[in-house]
Design a protein around this ligand. Structure first.
Ligand code: CA
Ligand code: CA
Length: 347
């Protein structure tokens, strides 16, 4: 049975390589059409261990992703094994304890988590799966306190726009609240520049999209464009977008790792979420991928290059998502656009 399934999925994938359009059932309403396939999440939950009277610190790829004395669950890449000891300097994931005296400003019963992710979206049911139709660098922050609730913050930076559509971007939170951060990413994240942006390897990186100045400098110039909910604001400044919101209900710290369900909004109201697939297809490709940022250069497919021609491990992962989780580390560089990690896209 397993072998049959594998062969079937392989044939679907091979068919897709030679013929980009999938045979979708277009009689299905678009809003019922997609379903999130959590097997295609590239991240997983990590339960942060805590000890009475101490602060637990978690570091991922050099970035501090959690500071807490409260049991919480944070998000880590699936290809990182969670072993009993995570304190060697060479470990991508490290966890250790410090005393309250080490962080005088830390409030007992609270936590802070940070996420650093690259989002890659495919913008259409009739897809070419080059996953560069919108590429974003997204930083998320959650401040929590057992007695007060949660505050979330999302910072977004546009990296590539390999699409001619009008694309919106937003997320749904754990409480089901919907936050459309922008209804036009070209205007708010790419300075309104026309054409395909940062998907042609023969072209230089568009320096106008991301200013050379540091994030803090840029944030000083944010302009509030709208306040969608009480106490929340969305602010933009050339190529950046900052959003924060307070949420005080449904405090489930075990679900924090999937606090942000990001989506793009296309075709006058179709939402395509990270890891969402066409429910009318078998072994369907996701419309969005969320990769954990690390210190290496960022590669994604050049315009119209199918993902598996840019990352040969992609189809094996798709056929069996519990393995080959590190496919994103092995690009065929000549089929990709590259964004250097040396300053240009760092915050
Ligand atoms: Ca595409
Ligand atoms: Ca594209």
């Amino acid at each position: 049975m397993k072998k049959t399934l594998f062969l079937f999925s392989l044939s679907v994938v091979l068919g897709l390589s030679s013929c980009i359009n999938q045979d979708s059932d277009y009689s299905v309403q678009t809003d019922e059409r997609t379903v999130i396939n959590e097997a295609l999440f590239t991240t997983k939950a990590y339960d942060v261990p805590v000890q009475e009277g101490r602060i637990s610190v978690v570091i991922l790829d050099g970035d501090t992703i959690a500071v807490t004395d409260t049991p919480i669950t944070v998000e880590i890449p699936k290809d990182i094994p969670v072993s009993a000891t995570r304190t060697a300097a060479s470990d991508r994931l490290q966890q250790f304890y410090i005393g309250y005296e080490d962080i005088p400003t830390f409030q007992p019963g609270s936590y802070i988590t940070d996420g650093n992710h690259i989002l890659l979206f495919e913008d259409s049911f009739k897809a070419d799966y080059d996953y560069n139709d919108l590429v974003l660098y997204v930083k998320t922050k959650i401040y929590g306190n057992a007695n007060v609730g949660r505050e979330v913050e999302v910072s977004v930076r546009g990296l590539a726009l390999g699409s001619t559509k009008t694309i919106g971007f937003g997320f749904t939170d754990l409480n089901g609240n919907d936050y459309l951060l922008t209804d036009n990413v070209r205007r708010d994240l790419f300075d309104g520049k026309g054409g395909m942006l940062n998907t042609d390897p023969a072209k230089q990186y568009e320096p106008g999209i991301i200013a050379d100045g540091g994030a803090d400098e840029k944030k000083d110039n944010y302009t509030i464009v709208r306040s969608p909910k009480g106490g929340s604001s969305i602010e933009t400044a050339g190529g950046y977008l900052l959003f924060d919101a307070v949420t005080t209900t449904n405090k489930n710290e075990k679900d924090l790792w999937k606090c942000f369900s990001f989506y793009i909004l296309v075709d006058n109201g179709v939402k395509l979420y990270v890891a969402a697939v066409d429910a009318t297809l078998n072994n369907a490709h996701p419309y969005g991928l969320k990769l954990s940022k690390n210190e290496s250069d960022l590669y994604y497919p050049a315009e119209t290059v199918y993902m598996a021609d840019a990352f040969p491990g992609f189809e094996s992962w798709l056929a069996n998502p519990s393995t080959n989780n590190d496919w994103y580390k092995n690009p065929v560089v000549e089929n990709c656009y590259k964004i250097s990690s040396s300053g240009m896209w760092q915050w």
